[in-house]
Ligand binder design. Sequence first.
Ligand code: ZN
Length: 124
Amino acid sequence: MTTKKTTTSTELRRCIGSTTFGIEPHEAPIADFPVQPSRKDGLGLMCRPHWTAYTRALRLAAKARKTVQAEGETLADATIAREAKRARKPRAVDPEVAAAETLIAEVDALPGPEHIERVGDPDV
Ligand SMILES: [Zn+2]
């Protein structure tokens, strides 16, 4: 009677790699996979060197994201300040302002004496 004993070191397992971080999926000996008790089969999805590379890349990405976010917030603050400044002097979007500007233009277009008279009117 022969016992089929497979040694774990020769069994291969698929390392899923990471397309995000340019880690190619490949087959690696099971012994190369980190133990991950939370997983159904108790082993990691990636071989140890790739897992290390992946977690390091994740940390760096998170750090980079934080930096970008911080820079983005500073940028957003500047944009908000700029927008607020712009909002204080409304452009001809406001119909009331547009009407007033038309009136002013009309009054300005009037000849001298009439202009002076018109400027004195309460609606100008
Ligand atoms: Zn791998």
